[in-house]
Design a protein around this ligand. Structure first.
Ligand code: DX5
Ligand code: ZN
Length: 219
């Protein structure tokens, strides 16, 4: 399977979002990564429900919503109604994890869990049978354009091993500081899906940048 590429529109030109969504569609990327920040769980506020609705109205692409919010349960319905195809939320948020996974599934979309760079990966193992996505953050959540934290790759290999050994149907996603060099490192560690903001949106040729990542050999 080739690598799934999920451009983060946090790095798009938000004054020309339609143009950048078109660019993204034409680049051959697989999914749109939509970062939601509440100014409480992380020290930044991004965009939310009305923007998701607008994005959904102009594209048929799969929308991967990354919640960086303190109360994921409270917002599942609103984001599903607005067009989310998957919701991934933080284990560090203030919520009952299994009930939130069940709630997301009850709305007919995929569910994912994510861990910040300093959170041990073992905390997610008990939930792996129930989720479709495990996101290992390779930067501190909150901002685009940060440097890749290499030490997080040990968690990618560890979780991938557990998934394979148990035959779980869960993809491993890496988010933060992904470029042509770090993409290879993440794929070698076991990533199936790479989120990338700055590298893709600031490149002169997004299609070429996406294809560079997609062609990394993960076999
Ligand atoms: C960070 C976000 C990321 C971010 C990635 O909190 O979750 O999705 O947009 O951006 P880059 O690729 O610039 O690190
Ligand atoms: Zn993200």
């Amino acid at each position: 399977m080739s690598i799934i590429v999920s451009p983060s529109i946090l790095s798009a030109d938000l004054a020309n979002l339609k143009t950048d969504i078109k660019r993204l569609e034409e680049s051959g990327a697989d999914r749109i990564h939509f970062d939601v920040m509440d100014g409480v769980f992380v020290n930044n506020i991004s965009f939310g429900i009305p923007v998701l609705k607008s994005v959904k109205s102009i594209t048929d692409m799969f929308i991967d919503v990354h919640f960086m919010i303190i109360d994921p349960m409270k917002y599942v319905d609103a984001f599903v109604d607005a067009g989310a195809d998957m919701i991934t939320f933080h284990v560090e948020s203030d919520v009952d994890i299994k009930s939130t996974i069940d709630k997301i599934h009850s709305r007919g979309i995929k569910a994912g869990l994510t861990v910040k760079p300093n959170t041990p990966i073992e905390v997610v193992y008990e939930y792996l049978p129930f989720i479709e996505n495990i996101l290992i953050m390779s930067v501190e959540p909150g901002f685009g354009g940060q440097g890749f934290i290499h030490e997080t790759m040990g968690k990618v290999s560890a979780v991938k091993k557990v998934i394979i050994e148990n035959g779980y149907d869960c993809l491993v996603q890496v988010d933060g500081g992904i470029n042509d060099i770090t993409a290879k490192i993440a794929v070698d560690a076991g990533a199936d899906d790479l989120v990338s903001g700055t590298y893709l949106f600031k490149s002169d040729d997004m299609k070429k940048a996406v294809q560079t990542i997609k062609l990394i050999n993960n076999s």
